[in-house]
Design a protein around this ligand. Structure first.
Ligand code: FAD
Length: 311
């Protein structure tokens, strides 16, 4: 049994494990895929103190730090059930898809999230070659170019406003008959002169020249007509899905979007269970934010362990 068991090996989970191991707690970290979203990321230019790195490189650096701190790393395991302790101070149990089980007095959940995909031809092929998901990360790569944002909810409209400052022109495409973002954002978007808004638009294909994106096809859902739009990049903003499906029957409070509800210290609704990173209700899903929350959840777990009698 562990004193602290972290589920998830992305920036949040690794930060937690480094903090709790350095407090002298026997710490295990279990993940389906170490590095998490970093494994799908090319250039990272917004991590303070590191002017430029790449996702797999940062992931390897995190791995080194796990090794250096004598943390038990359990790789390629998918958690499928959380069985919380019956009494405060008791042992929690996590069951894995391979039939294994691990127990710990404090569990930190850091299973991250995944971007919702459009599921159209060209999207996977041109991922990181013009198809992007993170405006904060990849916006500057499209400086002076024409791009599209798919999705007219808050994240899509915010992304379009943000990108309009950097790029030459933004086409925002919403599937519904109207934008779903807050009115103040929609007004701001409509005030920009380098933005075109398409409603009732269904993106049916992202096209490219074999190396990079060069356009997309949008079907007008009312007339049925296809329109080809030339551009250099497509930002898909149709939602971030937290990897929390496996927690649904655990008794843990999740938000309506499936995010783990945490307080400002990283505590969840269940004693001895903490959470950090993109899987939680925290606003702004970024590496530096996930790392900060991971550290915080680790320190909160430490606090819990020294104040709570083992049951
Ligand atoms: P994740 O990185 O998602 O890690 C989750 C971990 O949990 C993984 O190890 C996963 O395998 C594991 N896991 C999930 N479910 C289970 C389960 N059931 N059982 C066991 N393990 C499980 N942010 C920036 O700050 N700058 C950037 O430049 C940047 N670029 C990005 C580019 C792309 C293409 C993407 C996708 C994201 C980018 N981000 C960027 C966002 C950043 O990657 C995330 O905010 C960050 O990785 C979140 O860390 P996390 O630890 O919370 O979750």
């Amino acid at each position: 049994p562990y004193e602290v068991l972290v589920i998830g090996g992305g920036p949040a989970g690794v930060a937690t494990s480094v903090y709790t191991a350095r407090k002298g707690f026997r710490t295990g970290i279990a993940a389906e895929r170490f590095g998490g979203q970093l494994q799908d990321t090319l250039g990272i230019e917004n991590l303070p103190g590191t002017a430029y790195t790449e996702g797999p490189k940062l992931s390897a650096d995190l791995d080194e730090q796990v090794k250096a701190n004598a943390i038990d790393k359990i790789d390629l395991v998918q958690a499928e059930k959380l069985i919380p302790a019956k009494t405060e101070g008791g042992m929690h149990k996590v069951r894995f898809a391979n039939g294994g089980e691990l127990t710990a007095r404090a569990v930190v959940l850091a299973t991250g999230a995944r971007w919702r995909n459009l599921g159209v031809p060209g999207e996977q092929e041109y991922r990181n070659k013009g198809v992007a998901y993170c405006p904060h990360c990849d916006g500057p790569l499209f400086k002076g170019k024409r791009i599209a944002v798919i999705g007219g909810g808050n994240s899509g409209v915010e992304a379009a406003i943000d990108l309009a400052k950097i790029v030459d022109h933004v086409t925002l495409v919403e599937f519904d008959t109207q934008l779903r973002a807050d009115a103040v954002l929609v007004d701001k978007l409509k005030s920009l002169d380098n933005v075109e808004i398409i409603t009732s638009g269904q993106t049916t294909e992202i096209t490219g020249d074999g190396a990079r994106v060069n356009g997309m096809i949008v079907k007008d859902r009312e007339s049925g007509d296809d329109r080809e739009i030339e551009l250099a990049g497509v930002f898909v903003q149709i939602g971030l899905v937290p990897n929390t499906e496996w927690l649904k029957d655990s008794g843990l409070e999740l938000s309506q979007h499936g995010e783990i509800v945490t307080d400002k210290r990283g505590a969840t609704s269940l004693p001895g269970i903490f959470a950090a990173g993109d899987a939680t209700t925290v606003p702004y899903k970024q590496i530096v934010v996930a790392m900060g929350l991971g550290a915080k959840a680790g320190l909160t777990a430490f606090d819990y362990l020294i104040r709570t009698e083992p049951a």
